[in-house]
Design a protein around this ligand. Structure first.
Ligand SMILES: [Zn+2]
Length: 94
């Protein structure tokens, strides 16, 4: 079994802000940082207040490992043959 540790990818949260001109915009933050209560509106430059009701935890995007990419190109039968060939090559006397 090939287990990969993806714990280094911080979970994210998406937070919606509302500026005083009525624009609504969303920013994504790492879940473990303290989110500022206001953020500059990308539409008008005024500061928008955090709308806490829309905080949504997001799952970390899946990351492909080298093993995942190999499995996309080869099936296990091919990989078994390649492994045996390589082991045989390594055990061959010089
Ligand atoms: Zn605005």
């Amino acid at each position: 079994m090939y287990a990969v540790n993806n714990n280094d990818f911080a979970p994210r949260i998406e937070i919606t802000f509302n500026c005083t001109s009525g624009h609504e915009f969303t920013k994504t933050f790492a879940a473990d940082v303290s989110v500022p209560p206001t953020w500059e509106c990308p539409h008008c430059g005024q500061f928008g207040a955090q709308c806490t009701q829309t905080i949504t935890p997001m799952s970390a995007p899946s990351r492909k490992t080298h093993w995942d990419m190999i499995l996309e190109r080869r099936d296990m039968d091919e990989l078994s043959v390649m492994l045996l060939e390589r082991v045989d090559e390594l055990h061959r006397p010089n």
